[in-house]
Design a binder for this molecule. Sequence first.
Ligand SMILES: O=P(O)(O)OC[C@H]1O[C@H](O)[C@H](O)[C@@H](O)[C@@H]1O
Length: 436
Amino acid sequence: MHVDIGAALASVADPGVEQATLDELDERVAAAHERIEQGRDDDEFGYASLNLPEATDAETIRDAVAPVADAESVITVGIGGSALGAKTITEALAEDPDSHVVLDNVDPEHVRRTLGGLSLADTAINVVSRSGTTAETLANFLVVREAYEDRGVDWTERIVVTTGDSGPLRALADQHDLPTLPVPEGVPGRFSALSAVGLVPPAILGIDIEGLLAGGRKAADDLAPSLYDSPAYAYGAMAYTLEEAGAKVNAVMPYAERLESFGEWFAQLWAESLGKDGRGQTPARALGATDQHSQLQLYRAGYRDKVVTFVRPRERADVAIPDPDHEDLSYLAGTDLGGLIDAEYEATVASLPAADRPALEIEIDRLDAESVGELLYAMEAACVLVGELADVETFTQPAVEWGKNATRALIRGEATEETAAIDDRERLRIGETESL
Ligand SMILES: O=P(O)(O)OC[C@H]1O[C@H](O)[C@H](O)[C@@H](O)[C@@H]1O
């Protein structure tokens, strides 16, 4: 993986980072690296995530999915960290982009349509919940189960469950004697892509999960006590320093359709890990080249509160552009779509410092298992580094729990502090006929 920080230096961008600031920061990076390594050595909560490429046993996952390996597609029932890693990996690497369907929302219309469009006899079910208690996941699991029964397909023969030692999902798995894989110890969901949590669908779909882990190991080997020697830390250190300098928004813009979900995965990683103590960059999602024709206007000319993170593979399969039969299109003659998207990438990256705005670049070699594993691991390491530098509790998400508790209490009809806040919340309704 390659990171270029040049377009975010203070000499070309505002907000930007002075080279001297980075040099000073490097001592803190060294200290943070030492802390991270200590946490990894002790398998401490959260830090243990960065040991997954070594700790995950690909063979155990392959054995667990063997009974469903003939499936043509997979439906994942999970949400957040229990869905986005697998979604990112399969979108990037599966032959057939439609072969992995993720049911992470409980929008009834969406669930009904999704299940209605699947041949369930050919579809494996991957149910994932670290806690085993998440309402959306458990509810969707019950709906999926019934859909299989209604179509006369034995769901107990088509399923793999990944969950912790306790909780309702574990109890259901035991009750029906379902094949299960454990969630890794000490690893928050959003850091668990390189474990069974993220690797079951890729394994069922024949993706090289060993390659993904090898890529993770490579990124782990590339961590070093200086940001100048470590692409992951260079990215993290720049993101941190840019936030301090005013870049409160981090817009991630991959130039590859197959990395669109990477932006979604990154958003959870960044937001849940770093959105604490009144700080944390807001992740935004864009897609190159498409969003050059929409969001770029804001990125180049809006508030000076953003950095754009560009991501692209250096090599890609290509499609030749046929010779145009119009003079005005002659500039396309002899080119291909890869050449065009790369030209758009170069132009758009340069357009930001040309408007005195910062950009960061991340390049992977190509969209293969090793590069994707490397990218996911490096971004996790970058996030942990930012957490250390900002002195926040990277591995917890207390603000999310409020909504989970409130939802459960509402459904159960209980009166709690959270439901009181719902009852008492301020309203100023516009457009209603009855008087307020
Ligand atoms: O894996 P689960 O326990 O079902 O949790 C799924 C998701 O739920 C919560 O909202 C947490 O904030 C997320 O970090 C987590 O990834």
